[in-house]
Design a protein around this ligand. Structure first.
Ligand SMILES: [Zn+2]
Length: 805
């Protein structure tokens, strides 16, 4: 590194000196003087230069013996990378800069191959320079496209071009265009160089270690492409005299071992350029432009006694006068490349493209006036350039050129003729072209039909309209009614199989037809109402027609009749032969049935029950499971109304009859008509009188009373009514009263009821034991009000008591 810095420092110093006396003169920094000073001061450079001289000598000798250049195996490929310093390419112009680079490298390759557009001018001077003076270095520079160094955002297919990523300045000593990332390339560093400096090579020859040449942006490009905002060759403010991009060839000449042709020496002595076939010269021909009048050797200027070769790329002549390397210069450059290991292949630039395309030759258009060209080029071309030229016939083309990879060319009329098509393809390292002719005619369009079953009859629904006659797998007729079965076609014989075998539109014609019945439920019995006529039973049809339900596989003649309200066996009867039971209507849904409304069935119908015990089927609260209420209704259907109930004694000493109906033992009534009541004996009651009834009396059967209600005087107990507590002495006192009341009766009936009439006790007892019985029985009662009723013969008395525990 220290040595390299020394080299650049030296160059910088040299440049500054030149600037002092040649400020307006475009010039190059790689001079003989710079070289000699390095040889003197830089041991590494001296060793490298001497080694290089030794290495190239045998190669040059070999080239000369072979009447160089020998490019039979193709040029040596030299991958290059291009690095733009910050501020050189405006944002958004990167692709344009790449396009400029591609164009410049293409021009560079022509120059190194002796193919500069002006190179044939050298043949005007064969008398003084010899017939074989024009050289071909057999080098081809290619901008890398694959296997880029990592870290620069470049992928395969990108050009090896960087923007603002490799930093360098000139000439302050920071010019360090050596980047080991890029040591497999010859690098072209582009920057805005000061003082009219156009370029410099990093050594004669270069070190091939990631260095390269530095080029002023004003001489970058050939001038054929301009990028807005970028000052490349041809831009305003740049140097018209060197406006053709040949400075790059000059600097790369240095890099591959060439000195300036005049040896950077204003005299004719000295080492000059150390190239045998270049003349000694004492002038650089700096920006020399007056060369157009030189057409013979005698026209050429002479500074050292022989004709000066200002047209050499290694002079300082203006670009318009500069167009060639000599054969010996080419030898040196080629030999340098060989010693640096360059070969005809490189892993950096991909492979040159090989142009190819289709179609070509005879070409029949069918159903279209357009031709689709398909690129078949090899080795990844990056650009395509098509040209289409009609060479015979009256064809009119819609386009004559295209840059698409796969263009389509349309003819405006169905006219036959010949089109000559040329495809030029290029990538970063080469360009090839291919020309082929297309003999265009129009085919006859035919309609054909697919014959998939290969029975020579076509499917009318599978149509191909094409010029082929017919295309593979197709036939001209469309008579097949089933193209999946080779046995079905118009030539087939109709057989009885439910199929139109011969495609005449009729199935099984000529065969006797039978009636078949649908068997949708697959129970082998058919539906009499769903028939079809056929010579054989089609799938899903049977000869039977006796199914009475073709939706249910369990219903058919002979099936077992079950109790389900359905005619299971199709005999026209429902649930026949099954045991029947009597069911009773349960209209009030209390699970007890009405004995008056019955139905006979094999199973219990809805709304019916097997019970027949409901005495009122309109009221769910009246049935045998209900408790009897004291409401004048037979709630529990036992045939008795309000059994267990007694009427309340409204006035405390008698019962008032309201209505007496048969078997009623309730209440005291005011009789409104004469009636016969039996409580063991027949009693005639007179209408309008109060009557007393024993609780157990019965109305004689068949007697009806008309009675009017006498409301109770009070629903509860009167406050002033005597209430005895449960105290034996009280009840003994009560017994005395009772005894007094009932006089000689020694047997009485004791009844204990609550105020709702519920009887808690009813039995006969000895009058003497009455108090004891009342005491014993009332002890069993809960707290509350009760009535003690004592009966003896026709007499009775009631006493209210309150039980307090
Ligand atoms: Zn130079």
């Amino acid at each position: 590194m220290r040595l390299l810095l020394t080299l650049f420092t030296f160059i910088s110093v040299f440049l500054c000196n030149q600037m002092l006396f040649a400020q307006t003169e475009p010039f190059c920094g790689s001079t003989m003087q710079a070289h000699e000073q390095l040889m003197e001061e830089n041991e590494e450079y001296r060793q490298r230069f001497k080694k290089w001289q030794k290495l190239i000598k045998p190669i040059i000798k070999a080239r000369n013996e072979n009447k160089n250049p020998d490019c039979t195996n193709g040029p040596l490929l030299v991958p290059v990378a291009i690095h733009f310093d910050a501020g050189i390419v405006p944002a958004g112009q990167e692709q344009c800069a790449i396009d400029v680079a591609i164009d410049h490298i293409q021009e560079l390759n022509l120059e190194f191959a002796g193919l500069d557009v002006d190179a044939p001018l050298i043949n005007q001077f064969t008398a003084c320079f010899g017939a074989n003076i024009l050289g071909n270095a057999c080098l081809e520079f290619c901008i890398g496209t694959v296997n880029h160094p990592p870290g620069y955002g470049l992928v395969d297919g990108d050009y090896a071009v960087t923007f603002n990523q490799v930093s360098f300045t000139i000439p302050s000593g920071n010019f360090t265009p050596v980047n080991s990332d890029w040591d497999e390339y010859v690098n072209i560093y582009v920057d805005n160089l000061p003082g009219g400096l156009l370029g410099v090579s990093n050594g004669i020859p270069g070190n091939f270690n990631g260095d390269g040449v530095l080029l002023d942006n004003c001489v970058f490009g050939t001038g054929a492409i301009s990028c807005p905002g970028a000052q490349f060759t041809g831009a305003t403010g740049c140097f018209a005299a060197v406006d053709e991009g040949e400075v790059l060839a000059h600097e790369l000449g240095h890099y591959f071992g060439l000195f300036h042709i005049w040896g950077d020496n204003s005299g004719c002595s000295g080492a000059q350029d150390q190239i045998a076939d270049t003349p000694d010269m004492a002038s650089s021909y700096s920006s020399y432009l007056a060369c157009g009048s030189h057409i013979t050797c005698s026209d050429l200027p002479q500074t050292c006694g022989t004709e000066d070769m200002y047209m050499n790329f290694m002079s300082y002549a203006g670009n318009a006068c500069m167009y060639m390397f000599t054969s010996n210069q080419s030898d040196v450059m080629n030999a340098t490349a060989v010693t640096e290991g360059y070969t005809t292949t490189t892993t950096k630039c991909g492979t040159p493209p090989l142009a190819d395309f289709t179609p070509f030759g005879a070409y029949e258009l069918c159903n279209t006036d357009c031709i689709d060209y398909t690129d078949q080029s090899l080795n990844n071309p990056l650009d395509w350039d098509w040209s289409f030229v009609v060479t015979s016939g009256d064809i009119v083309l819609d386009i004559t050129t295209s840059i698409l990879q796969n263009p389509t060319v349309c003819l405006t009329a169905g006219v036959s003729g010949v089109i000559e098509t040329t495809l030029t393809v290029s990538n970063s390292i080469g360009t090839t072209m291919k020309t082929q002719t297309l003999d265009v005619s129009y085919g006859i369009v035919r309609t054909t039909y697919a014959d998939v079953d290969n029975d020579t009859y076509g499917d009318p629904n599978d149509v191909t309209i094409d010029c082929d006659f017919p295309p593979p797998g197709n036939v001209l007729n469309n008579l097949d009614c089933d193209d999946t079965d080779p046995n079905i076609n118009p030539a087939a014989v109709e057989v009885c199989d439910g199929i139109d075998n011969n495609c005449d539109g009729t199935i099984d014609e000529g065969f006797a037809l039978n009636t078949y019945y649908a068997d949708a439920d697959m129970d082998s019995f058919g539906d009499n109402n769903a028939t079809i006529m056929a010579c054989v039973a089609p799938p899903g049809y049977v000869t039977d027609n006796t199914d009475c339900d073709d939706t249910d596989a369990d219903i058919f003649p002979g099936a077992t009749e079950i109790c389900d309200d359905i005619d299971n066996n199709c005999d026209g009867n429902t649930d026949e032969g099954l045991p029947l039971f009597t069911y009773y209507e349960d209209a009030d849904s209390d699970t007890y049935g009405n004995p008056a409304v019955t139905i006979q069935d094999c199973s219990q119908p809805a709304g019916y029950v097997s019970d027949d015990m409901d005495c009122d089927d309109t009221d769910p609260n009246i049935n045998p499971s209900t408790s009897e209420l004291c409401d004048g209704v037979d709630n529990n259907c036992d045939g008795t109304i309000d059994e267990g109930c007694v009427l309340e004694d409204c006035d405390g000493d008698s019962l008032i009859i309201n209505t007496i109906t048969q078997n009623t033992n309730r209440a005291e009534f005011n009789v409104t008509s004469e009636a016969l009541v039996n409580n063991g004996q027949s009693i005639l009651f007179t209408a309008g009188t109060d009557i007393n009834l024993d609780p157990s009396f019965e109305v004689v059967q068949g007697t009806i009373f008309e009675a009017s209600i006498i409301p109770c005087m009070s629903a509860g107990f009167d406050n002033d009514e005597e209430i005895i507590s449960r105290n034996l002495s009280d009840f003994e006192k009560l017994s005395e009263e009772v005894y007094t009341l009932f006089d000689v009766q020694d047997i009485v009936t004791l009844i204990i009821i609550n105020k709702d009439g519920k009887i808690y006790y009813q039995n006969q007892t000895d009058l003497n034991a009455l108090g004891k019985v009342i005491d014993d029985e009332t002890k069993k009662l809960k707290e509350g009000f009760y009535v003690i009723n004592i009966l003896a013969g026709k007499k009775s008395m009631s006493q209210r008591i309150v039980i307090t525990n």
